[in-house]
Design a protein around this ligand. Structure first.
Ligand code: SF4
Length: 468
């Protein structure tokens, strides 16, 4: 049984402001490191005497081990252990954390020094932990020792989109995510499937976003707080597009990928008399701009992941420019997009390491299509259809990033996904919302396809395009 319920996942959890290049391999491990740091600080505070010869080892398993270097996992762990926050800390400080600790050779936790040299103490391991299968392809373990005796240990999994879960060390099973598993909460409009969401909209005659707003109020998130958070998200979307359209050069990581958003944007504007070319290129250029920022380790929003962070900003910005959409309406669109993302997270996965790129760019396409359809006046059936088209035509999409970097095929894939999302909306709006494959069915198939997919196509860089 999946313990999560889609209606309890807030839009602000689906859209998290953070740093690139990967939500599962960068943001998740950084958050886990933040949490581990806080617990160690508490533990050390309870000791009357400082503990001797403290040392920390961080072990990375599975996909985190295979593509962690390319995704900057080690740097993110260093930043997290230093107490830096993905949402608010200076990006330059985050990017330089690993080099800083490498020189310092220790972490300073209040009055305690913990020996920690990133190149030595972050270990890239395999697919077994304690001789058992991993609880998730993205597993990491923190081991704190004093005088070579382990005194505190924690295992986390990074499940995509910057979400993490703590694992029981003995059974290696997932502990229930307490902040989401609030089965006692009685929501005014409960739903845990696309069908139920559509029914709630139809029966209540409320706008789809108002269903979520009413539920979130009960969860303690007022409409004011929700809209303020989403305003921030939209601001970062736009800053990211602007930065991506300005910045040039070679992306970091050694693949020598040249940034192209700026040149493409200039080319598009050169041909401003050719409106149809401009309209065709614009969403792609916006998506590429964001994903290049992400690949460079810049500040982005999980939408629902970092690898797929360009698609929704591109679609929303394009539609805003075309239709002069208000801030309120863009927020409404994000709320509906988050419902689609929450349904995927609950019934399939938004992690490339778990189900391939269908879980990242596929989900993002479905979210963009559903959210955009709502903004353009689609009814609940059409919204569900738009999202279903978005995911259906990404089923089976593999994740095979070259050199483990979130660059090829990821950047261009967001551009293609944005175009598909716009087509999905156009198709849904031109139909009556009746269609053969439901979104719920597509998500079931997505999960099964992901489980059947060979491991080499699930963010391990051991197959497909990654082999050159
Ligand atoms: S191929 Fe897709 S799932 Fe894999 S890292 Fe790139 S964007 Fe993420």
């Amino acid at each position: 049984m999946n313990p999560l319920r889609a209606d309890l996942i807030s839009p602000l959890e689906m859209f998290k402001i953070g740093i690139g290049p990967s939500s599962s391999h960068t943001m998740g491990p950084m958050l886990a490191s933040n949490q581990f740091r806080d617990k160690v600080l508490q533990l050390l505070m309870t000791k009357s005497q400082p503990l001797a010869n403290l040392q920390l080892v961080v072990e990375l398993y599975g996909s985190l081990s295979l593509t962690g270097l390319g995704h900057g996992t080690d740097g993110a762990i260093c930043a997290g252990l230093m107490g830096l926050k993905a949402k608010t800390s200076d990006v330059e400080k985050i990017l330089s954390a690993k080099a800083y600790l490498e020189q310092l050779t220790q972490l300073n936790f209040d009055n305690n020094s913990i020996n920690f040299i990133p190149s030595k103490n972050i270990k890239f391991l395999a697919w077994k932990i304690n001789d058992q299968d991993l609880p998730h392809p993205n597993t990491l373990r923190f081991l704190l020792s004093s005088n070579e005796q382990i005194i505190f240990e924690e295992i986390y999994i990074s499940i995509g989109g910057g979400f993490i879960e703590l694992i029981d060390q003995k059974t290696l099973t997932r502990e229930l995510p307490k902040d989401n598993f609030q089965t006692n909460i009685s929501l005014p409009f409960p739903y845990n499937s696309a069908q139920e969401f559509v029914e709630q909209c139809m029966n209540s005659k409320l706008k789809p976003w108002n269903i979520v707003i009413a539920n979130m109020e009960i969860c303690g998130i007022s409409e004011t707080v929700l809209r303020a958070g989403l305003k921030d998200v939209l601001r970062v979307f736009n800053e990211c597009i602007e930065n991506g359209l300005k910045n040039e050069g070679i992306l970091p990581g050694g693949l020598n990928v040249k940034r192209r958003a700026k040149a493409l944007y200039a080319k598009m504007n050169e041909n401003s008399s050719n409106k149809s070319l401009e309209n065709e290129l614009k969403p792609s250029v916006y998506a590429i701009a964001v994903n290049e920022e992400n690949a460079a380790g810049g500040r982005v929003v999980t939408a629902p992941t970092n690898g797929s962070s360009g698609l929704i900003p591109a679609v929303f910005r394009y539609l805003q420019e075309q239709n002069n959409l208000s801030l309120d309406m863009l927020q409404n669109g994000l709320i509906v997009a988050s419902v689609i993302g929450a349904l995927v997270k609950t019934h399939a996965s938004i992690s490339g390491a778990e189900v391939g790129c269908q879980g990242e760019v596929g989900t993002s396409c479905a979210m963009a299509a559903g959210g955009a359809c709502a903004m353009l006046g689609g009814n609940p059936h059409q919204i569900e259809q738009a999202a279903e088209i978005g995911i259906e035509h990404h089923l089976g999409l593999t994740c095979d990033p070259v050199m483990g970097l979130v660059q090829v095929p990821c950047i261009e894939r967001n551009a293609m996904g944005a175009v598909k999302a716009l087509n999905a909306v156009a198709l849904a709006l031109a139909c009556d919302g009746q269609h053969m494959v439901s979104l719920d069915k597509a998500l079931k198939v997505m999960k099964e396809t992901g489980l059947d997919m060979n491991q080499k196509y699930k963010e391990t860089s051991t197959g497909g395009l990654a082999l050159g």
